[in-house]
Design a protein around this ligand. Structure first.
Ligand code: ADE
Ligand code: ZN
Length: 341
C-alpha cells in the first residue's frame, strides 16, 4: 500500500479516540463567536490571529492559551455547541466511539457549575447517539495544578452525575505536580467505582508513570511516551498490557519530540505495548484523529499491519464493557474485509 492509499484506508476505517479534552476541540471560529456573544474580551481579532498565537514552547505555554480559550464558555448552549462540533468531527472521521475528558474546575473559575455544563453536553450526546449511533463515554478530568482538596470537592459534586462519567483522569501541568499528590483522590474515586487514568510521562519523567500505576492504581496512562527512559517500566507495561493513549501531533507541537520523524510511537508498538493514537487538543495542534494517523503514515512509514493493530487497540484499550469492545472489533473486521473485497 502506498502512503496515500494507506491514508485513505485509515480515514475510512471505524476507530475509537480515547484521549480528547473537550476544551481542546474549541475551534478558533467558535471561540471568537462565543467571546462576542458573551462579551468576553480576548487578545485576538480574527481566527488568523488566534492561529498565529498557537506556537507553543512547552506544555505550560499551551495550557495558558487553552484555559483562556475555555473562558468563553458560559451557558448551556455554549457547552452544547462545543460538544456537537466535536461529535460532528467524529462522524466525519469514522470515530465510532470516543472517550472525552471534561474538566469542571476550568469552568468553576467563571462561576459555571456542573448543571449548566452537563445539560449542554448531554443534549449534544443524545442527538449524536440518536442521529448516527455515536458512542461516547465521559472522563472526569482533574487539574493537577490545583489542590487535591479542590479535586475531591469536584468529585463529590459529580456524585449527581455518577452515571455520566466512566472514569477519572488527571491533567494540566505535569512538572511540579507529580501523581503522588493525588493518592486520596484516586482512592476515593476507586471506592466510588470509577475507572482510573492519569496523564504521566508526557513532559514529566518515566517515574511519574510508575507512580501513577503503583500509588494511584491507574489502569491506563495518558501519553506515557517518556516510559522508554526506564526499560523495566516498559517491560511492566508490556506484560500488564497497560494502554498508553499517545497523541503524536500534540507531542510534536509541545516539543516532547523535535519532529514527527523522531516520535517513538511505533517503537512502543513494536515493543508489544498496548499503544493507541489520539488527538488530545485537535483545535490547538493542527489536526483531529485522522490527521494524527496521516502524520504517522507520512513521517514514520507506518505499515498496514501496524495501522490495523492501532485500530484494534483503540477499542481494546477503551473503558467500554467487554461485549461492546468485541462488537466494535467485529465491525472493524467487517470494514477491513469489505475494503479488500
Ligand atoms: N490538558 C489539555 N491538554 C493537555 C496535555 N497535553 N497535557 C496535560 N494537560 C492537558
Ligand atoms: Zn491530554
Amino acid at each position: 500500500m502506498t502512503s496515500a492509499s494507506l491514508g485513505d484506508w485509515l480515514c475510512a476505517m471505524p476507530k475509537a479516540e480515547l484521549h480528547l479534552h473537550i476544551d481542546g476541540s474549541l475551534e478558533p471560529g467558535r471561540m471568537l463567536q462565543l467571546a462576542a456573544k458573551n462579551a468576553i474580551s480576548l487578545p485576538y481579532a480574527s481566527t488568523a490571529e488566534v492561529e498565529a498565537a498557537y506556537r507553543f514552547e512547552d506544555l505550560q505555554s499551551f495550557l495558558d492559551l487553552y484555559y483562556l480559550g475555555a473562558s468563553v464558555l458560559r451557558d448551556e448552549d455554549d457547552f452544547y455547541w462545543l460538544m456537537m462540533d466535536y461529535l460532528q468531527r467524529c462522524r466525519a472521521q469514522n470515530i465510532v466511539h470516543t472517550e472525552i475528558m471534561v474538566e469542571p474546575q476550568t469552568y468553576a473559575a467563571q462561576g459555571v457549575g456542573l448543571d449548566v455544563i452537563m445539560a449542554g453536553f448531554k443534549r449534544a450526546m443524545a442527538e449524536a447517539r440518536d442521529g448516527w449511533g455515536q458512542s461516547v463515554l465521559l472522563i472526569l478530568s482533574m487539574l493537577r495544578h490545583l489542590p487535591e482538596a479542590d479535586a475531591l470537592a469536584t468529585l463529590a459534586a459529580a456524585d449527581a452525575y455518577r452515571d455520566s462519567f466512566v472514569a477519572i483522569g488527571l491533567a494540566s501541568s505535569e512538572q511540579g505536580f507529580p501523581p503522588e499528590g493525588f493518592q486520596r483522590l484516586y482512592a476515593v474515586a476507586a471506592e466510588r467505582g470509577y475507572a482510573l487514568t492519569a496523564h504521566a510521562g508526557e513532559e514529566g519523567p518515566a517515574a511519574n508513570v510508575r507512580t501513577a500505576l503503583e500509588k494511584l492504581g491507574v489502569a491506563r496512562i495518558d501519553h506515557g511516551v517518556r516510559s522508554v527512559e526506564d526499560p523495566a517500566l516498559i517491560e511492566d507495561l508490556r506484560q500488564r498490557q497497560i494502554p498508553l493513549t499517545v497523541c503524536p501531533l500534540s507531542n510534536v507541537r509541545l516539543r516532547v519530540f523535535p519532529g514527527m520523524a523522531q516520535h517513538n510511537l511505533l517503537e512502543l508498538l513494536d515493543a508489544g505495548l498496548l499503544v493507541t493514537v489520539n488527538s488530545d487538543d485537535p483545535a490547538y495542534f493542527g489536526g483531529y484523529l485522522n490527521e494524527n494517523f496521516l502524520a504517522l503514515a507520512e513521517h514514520l512509514h507506518l505499515t498496514r499491519a501496524q495501522a490495523e493493530t492501532l485500530l484494534f487497540n483503540s477499542f481494546s484499550a477503551s473503558f467500554l464493557p467487554a461485549a461492546e469492545k468485541q462488537a466494535f472489533r467485529e465491525q472493524l473486521v467487517l470494514a477491513i474485509d469489505h475494503w479488500s473485497a
